[in-house]
Design a binder for this molecule. Structure first.
Ligand SMILES: [Zn+2]
Length: 392
């Protein structure tokens, strides 16, 4: 097939000369971009020929004056009105001879050796109108034909570097673009049992169920491959590190069916054992409860619990008894005094007087009276009583 696309040459839209002429390359791919500019009705070219030329000029200016490039970064521009324009100068002539010129659109040397087509618009969800689509097909077919490039090598910018470009929707349409180009070239379209947008039936239902089971929401499970299913497929593909094109071929299908669903997060416990222990300590039926719990916990967990219970280097969990000294004893003495018991001098030294005060306190609260206690229990009890007074 000859080069049939109608392309406005850079000279015809008034390009300024390049700062340097690029070297010729042997192209292997056709690389699809979007300009990430507004879609109709706010498209910068307004869908007109004059608008397309102005848009091309503004892109060249941005690339040369903003980025410091020698010329437009891309090789071709396809506007919303379906106008095709040469961008980097020399591209059109080179392509017609089966060659290309080194450009700056792809972000990698490998990509920049092949022609890049900027499509006016932002195609994350927005769907390209037929006029622009048809001109894209015509240009791709012309390039593939002239340069002997297999339509399989029509790629998205994101196949070369980490980028959103050319948008999830347009990227997802690349299989259709390749097929349309094959049809235009008159080469056979390979049989393809991939599932893609627009497909319906039991297999789509199964796909939607698999997506859901894997934690990706395709919307209603209705056997219709719509935009919700496309988005869920793209999210799944990204999650799995697959080419995120929204089309379910054998690789994606295999990943979906072999994937074990991610475990649901551990539910937040409704019982806080620490609080349970603190507040309900020492009641007779609790031994039974603890014994029951004991049987539910693994030996390893119990051994570790036991170790931690015994040894806490930062804050020893020691009974306070006669002979103990330290700030905790002093705090205990202060609490006892505030509660109306006389622990002796508030000197942080657990004396016989302190022990007598603890026993008196314990008896008054119905706690087993041993004159030994842990300051935390005393403090806790104190605060519980204070809180009750404040509430009542
Ligand atoms: Zn791009």
């Amino acid at each position: 097939m000859p080069f049939t696309a109608t392309v406005i040459s850079a000279k015809d839209w008034g390009a300024v000369p390049p700062k340097a002429w690029p070297e010729e390359t042997r192209p292997q791919y056709v690389i699809i971009h979007h300009t990430a500019t507004p879609n109709p009705p706010n498209d910068l070219s307004s869908g007109t020929s004059a608008g397309a030329k102005e848009f091309s000029q503004s892109l060249q200016s941005a690339h040369m004056n903003g980025f410091g490039w020698y010329d437009s970064g891309h090789n071709f521009l396809n506007t919303t009105g379906g106008f095709l324009l040469e961008a980097r100068q020399g591209s059109l002539d080179a392509i017609k001879r089966g060659r290309c010129v080194r450009s700056a659109h792809a972000g990698t040397d490998k990509g920049n050796e092949s022609p890049g087509i900027e499509n006016e618009g932002t195609f994350n969800t927005y769907q390209m109108r037929s006029q622009q689509w048809n001109s894209l097909v015509e240009l791709c077919a012309s390039i593939c034909s002239s340069c002997n490039i297999d339509p399989n090598n029509i790629k998205g910018h994101r196949d070369f570097i980490e980028t959103q470009c050319p948008g999830d929707w347009l990227y997802g349409q690349l299989p259709r673009l390749r097929n349309d180009v094959r049809k235009r070239l008159g080469t056979p379209v390979p049989a393809d049992d991939s599932l893609r947008e627009g497909a319906t039936g039991a297999k789509v239902t199964q796909l939607q169920q698999l997506l859901k089971a894997n934690g990706f929401n395709p919307g209603p499970i209705d056997g219709a491959f719509g935009s919700g299913t496309v988005q869920a497929v793209i999210s799944f593909q990204k999650y799995k590190g697959l080419a995120a094109d929204g089309v379910v071929g054998s690789v994606t299908w295999k990943a979906l069916t072999s994937s074990t669903p991610s475990p649901s997060p551990t539910p937040t416990p409704t019982v806080n054992l620490l609080d349970t222990y603190k507040y309900y300590r020492g009641l007779p039926h609790q031994d039974q409860a603890i014994t029951w719990l004991n049987g539910k916990v693994s030996k390893d967990a119990l051994d570790e619990f036991s170790r931690r219970w015994r040894n806490s280097p930062s804050q020893p969990f020691l009974p306070l008894q006669v002979g103990a000294v330290g700030p905790e004893v002093k705090q205990l003495q202060q609490r006892l005094q505030q509660q109306g018991f006389n622990p002796g001098s508030l000197d942080g030294s657990f004396t016989v007087a302190t022990k007598a005060a603890v026993i008196a306190y314990q008896q008054s609260k119905g706690i087993m009276a041993d004159g030994i206690d842990n300051v935390k229990v005393i403090v806790l009890t104190y605060w519980k009583i204070s809180a009750k007074i404040m509430i009542s």
